[in-house]
Ligand binder design. Structure first.
Ligand SMILES: Cc1cc2nc3c(=O)[nH]c(=O)nc-3n(C[C@H](O)[C@H](O)[C@H](O)COP(=O)(O)OP(=O)(O)OC[C@H]3O[C@@H](n4cnc5c(N)ncnc54)[C@H](O)[C@@H]3O)c2cc1C
Length: 419
């Protein structure tokens, strides 16, 4: 495949974002030859939405586990040595690092959601804040690069990593808007929107994740890495004083996942957290039915982009269809986002099941919804089983401080995964 083919291929990817697993595998196959040194040398360049040839553009699929981190790692290691593909491999591990970190500090997620509700209320009460916020999210600040990224995000559901960093930095330090509203704007529009990666990356830019270390967007850096698209960026903050917040509570143990019972009849519950039920370790359980649930609308009290809702529903529905084929089931049902526990309990009763089996949902709207549902399901005589993938069990315990701890363990983790 020539570089030109790869460029037009990624332009199509970004325009259409086909939710199918086959599309993700095809994109992976085409990207792998670039995942070695080429990726390490070029990944920081944001050539714009029509050229994503230097990065994988796999995040919307990986985030929903349409394809798995192990599959991405295996594909690159099939082609390159671990040292040649070191940079790409490390990036893949960042997602697990952030998930594991947030899982051990649930108060960061709760605090974000609480602060966001206050900031949204403040938009109604404070006309100056509302005006500045609307200018930012509608791309009308007069800062050309920022305005272009705001529009690119809402139009494509994706931004390059470097653009996300510059955007968040300008939002916080130049426009002086509350970081929670910026994180919410991303989360409502990113097809790969992930509670951990998004919330913690915004906190990292603002100096809250690595205490006192901020990220400052610098005009020369923007000009250099945007392929000449944004040469004259004026008026950006020249300093980035870290944000401050009251001390966080301590780290908590990673909640226990369920050990699969030796027997029982279960309904699979497929959520947007993990749409690859074929690889769930269902052990001795008999799978008798399947249901799909997309809670994309729960990402925010504000409206979530229709593209995000469509993508989330599509990956869940496709996981449901594949699970029916894999387990030899009748076509599964799609649960309504409201009163989904009632519909799920009715399905379980009709299928004579005594368990609901689902993928472990880390901190985020789905995790919150499952926690809230456990009592209702128990009252209906249904045990909720949450499988956690071995990949998460291998990565999360090392996410106790900075990424360096996970990074140091990558060779051992790859070995444990048989890669
Ligand atoms: C402010 C901000 C907000 C972000 N919000 C999200 C988000 O909501 N969801 C999300 O998936 N990523 C988020 N990221 C991380 C990162 O920008 C995207 O994962 C990446 O740009 C996806 O593009 P790609 O698939 O081409 O990545 P590649 O560069 O090709 O990397 C391969 C894979 O590694 C993982 N990865 C790479 N970089 C990161 C990273 N910094 N953090 C976590 N995982 C990473 C992703 O799964 C990605 O698909 C955010 C970053 C910033 C700075």
């Amino acid at each position: 495949m020539t570089q030109l083919d790869l460029i037009s291929d990624t332009a199509d990817t970004i325009r259409s974002w086909d939710p199918a697993r086959e599309a993700a595998l095809e994109r992976l196959r085409r990207f792998v030859p670039s995942s070695g040194r080429t990726y390490a040398d070029t990944r920081n360049h944001d050539f714009g939405p029509d050229n994503r040839s230097n990065i994988s553009a796999l995040s919307p699929w990986i985030r929903h586990r349409v394809i798995l981190e192990e599959e991405v790692l295996a594909a690159t290691l099939n082609r390159f040595s671990a040292s040649t593909a070191e940079k790409f491999i490390q990036e893949v591990f960042w997602r697990g690092y952030f998930k594991g970190w947030l899982e051990q500090r649930p108060d960061v997620w709760i605090r974000y959601r609480t602060a966001l509700a206050h900031q949204i209320a403040a938009l109604d009460a404070n006309s100056g804040l509302r005006k500045a916020y609307c200018e930012a999210v509608e791309g009308r600040t007069g800062i050309a690069c920022f305005d272009a990224w705001a529009k690119e995000l809402t139009e494509t559901g994706y931004l390059h990593n470097h653009a996300r960093m510059w955007f968040a930095s300008i939002w916080i330090f130049t426009l002086r808007l509350p970081w929670e509203l910026g994180a919410d704007f991303f989360y409502r529009h990113l097809l790969d929107g992930d509670p951990a990666s998004n919330t913690l990356s915004w906190r990292w830019v603002g100096g809250l994740h690595t205490k006192g270390k901020t990220y400052l967007a610098i005009p020369d850096n923007i000009a250099r890495y945007t392929g000449g698209r944004f040469r004259d960026t004026h008026g950006l903050a020249r300093a980035a004083e870290p944000l401050d917040e009251p001390p966080l509570g301590g780290r908590v143990p990673i909640p226990a996942a369920s050990a699969p019972p030796r027997s029982g009849r279960c309904v699979l519950l497929i959520t947007e957290e993990d749409t690859h039920p074929e690889s769930w370790e269902t052990g001795g359980l008999t799978v008798v039915a399947a249901a799909g649930l997309s809670l994309a609308a729960h990402r925010s009290p504000l409206p979530v982009s229709p593209a995000v809702e469509r993508f989330s529903s599509a990956v869940v529905n496709q996981g449901l269809a594949r699970s029916a084929r894999h387990f030899g089931l009748d076509p599964g049902i799609v649960l309504p986002a409201e009163n989904w526990t009632g519909a799920l309990a009715a399905l379980a009763q009709a299928a004579d099941a005594n368990m609901i089996a689902t993928a472990y949902a880390p901190a985020g709207p789905v995790g919150d919804a499952l926690r809230a549902a456990a009592a209702d399901l128990a009252a209906a005589g249904l045990m909720l089983i949450q499988f956690r993938r071995p990949y998460d069990d291998l990565v999360w315990p090392h996410a106790t401080a900075g990424f360096f701890k996970v990074k140091a363990k990558i060779p051992q983790i790859l070995e444990r995964l048989g890669l």
